[in-house]
Design a binder for this molecule. Structure first.
Ligand SMILES: Nc1ncnc2c1ncn2[C@@H]1O[C@H](COP(=O)(O)OP(=O)(O)O)[C@@H](O)[C@H]1O
Ligand SMILES: [Mg+2]
Length: 456
């Protein structure tokens, strides 16, 4: 093979590997996608041919290929120039189209903002979800919004943080902006008044140097943000949206039309009604949960946990339903109390059993459930108490709940909806979708049956 053909093959391979690095997809898939994108019915076979050092027979083919590869791999002008230099085709037209104003890259370089620190060594048991989220965020196509909902302490922030880091490392966005609603700590249900669509727009404004966002109306901020997002692909992470003063669905609905090719990753204890790619997060399972318990113990110097038998580990997982926050509580409490006592406290927590009335368990349950519980109407609270009579492993079908709750059909449907919305009720299809069962997370059951509900 002569030298320029060899060089051509090498440059093509380099470009393909850059795309692979950004998108984490198999090379064969990338080659197929590129083949289809430039109008080949046979997918990647053209790419395979060219990678052997065969120069495309048509100028247009090569231009289209370069355009796709530059877009997906964020490849530089010099790569395009070198690639074309190995052929008889001129590079001027395609370079002028891809890199206007003499820029060297098609996508603006990434602005790195510090993301919140991780308090865990390695994210455990969430690989399939992490991949799912990363793929959606990496794609230029819709969906543009991904939401993660679930109980407090179940791992929403940790999962989002890993996804955000992954996107930043791969340079998928011009910038990754992390915004978090402050969690209320007082006894009252305070919403974070500083978190609204406007503060989100201001955060986008802070990115756009020289584009003044200060002292303009909300409508103008929307226009400016939209114009900025049309030119920069940004990942906006909105954490803890349930405590924002503006309803979470309203925030997303107003953001949606401004996004362009930017993406949103939102977390909340409440499910989103607005159209998003919705992930309902539940506890870690079996091996993942066991690994989590060991990692947490080692990371904090709680060496006693290495002595735990498989049976004891299973008991922790069972009692906590795999909730990471609950498993942390059990592991740290079992430093000074026998496991059965710790689990008994977790199962039958009562404010009076605590010496100072605000023991670790009470604090834990308040943290996890206070917000959702306080927003329920009385009928939904009563229904939740009724639901707690069922075994958490099996739950109950609609008819059984209707029978023992004695609620009128319409009211029952609306209560189920309210409980489901606030992540207090889990749902599992049985056969097809005509039969589903409702059940409670073990922690929800403990909470509902405890005396804490009476003092909140
Ligand atoms: N998959 C995981 N691997 C390792 N640590 C995790 C995982 N999920 C959650 N954690 C840890 O458990 C705790 C609670 O998780 P967090 O993400 O804060 O829950 P949430 O945001 O749902 O309230 C945090 O300390 C977090 O770092
Ligand atoms: Mg969180």
């Amino acid at each position: 093979m002569d030298e320029s053909r060899q060089m051509f093959a090498q440059l093509l391979a380099e470009g393909l590997y850059k795309i692979k690095l950004r998108e984490d997809k198999p090379l064969t898939l990338i080659q197929d996608q590129l083949g289809y994108a430039i109008g080949r019915d046979t997918g990647g076979s053209a790419l395979t041919h060219w990678r052997r050092g065969n120069i495309p027979a048509s100028h247009t083919d090569l231009e289209n290929l370069a355009r796709e590869m530059v877009r997906r791999g964020n490849l530089e002008r010099s790569w395009v120039e070198q690639l074309f230099a190995q052929t008889e085709y001129p590079a001027e037209t395609i370079c002028a189209a891809l890199f206007p104003d003499g820029e060297t890259t098609a996508v603006p370089p990434q602005t790195i903002h510090p993301l919140p620190g991780k308090d865990y060594r390695q994210l455990i048991g969430r690989d399939p979800l992490l991949k799912q989220i990363s793929d959606i965020l990496a794609a230029l196509d819709p969906p543009h919004m991904v939401s993660i909902d679930g109980q407090g302490g179940i791992g929403k922030t940790a999962l989002s943080l890993d996804a955000a880091h992954r996107c930043q490392q791969r340079g998928l966005f011009a910038s990754v902006i992390w915004l978090s609603v402050t969690r209320p700590s007082g006894p009252l249900l305070q919403a974070d008044t500083s978190f609204t669509l406007e503060t989100i727009l201001d955060a986008i404004g802070a990115q756009s140097e020289g584009e003044a966002f200060a002292d303009v109306s909300l409508a103008e901020k929307k226009q400016l943000a939209q114009a900025y997002l049309a030119r920069h692909r940004v990942l906006l992470v909105l954490d803890n949206l349930e405590t924002a003063v503006q309803p979470q669905d309203e925030i997303l609905a107003q953001l949606q039309p401004l996004l362009g090719q930017s993406k949103v990753l939102a977390t909340s204890r409440h499910r989103f009604r607005h159209d998003t790619y919705a992930i309902h997060l539940t506890g870690l399972e079996n091996d993942g949960a066991a690994h989590f318990i060991q990692q947490y113990g080692q990371g904090n110097g709680f060496h006693h946990i290495q002595m735990a038998t498989d049976g004891e580990v299973d008991e922790i997982i069972w009692a906590t339903g795999g909730s990471p926050l609950a498993m942390q509580l059990v592991v740290s409490q079992s430093r000074h109390l026998p496991l059965p006592v710790v689990l008994k406290n977790l199962r039958a927590v009562t404010p009076l059993s605590q010496i100072n009335n605000e023991g670790e368990y009470v604090k834990f349950y308040k943290f996890v459930f206070h917000h959702s519980w306080a927003l329920l109407n009385n009928e939904s609270k009563n229904l939740l108490v009724t639901m707690a009579q069922f075994d958490t492993a099996n739950g109950a079908p609609f008819e059984a709940i209707q029978h023992i709750s004695e609620l009128e059909f319409g009211i029952l449907v609306s209560c189920l909806e309210i409980l489901w919305d606030s992540s207090l009720l889990e749902v599992r299809p049985i056969a097809g979708i005509s039969q589903i069962r409702y059940y409670l997370h073990p922690l929800t059951q403990n909470f509902v049956l405890s005396d804490i509900v009476n003092v909140l």
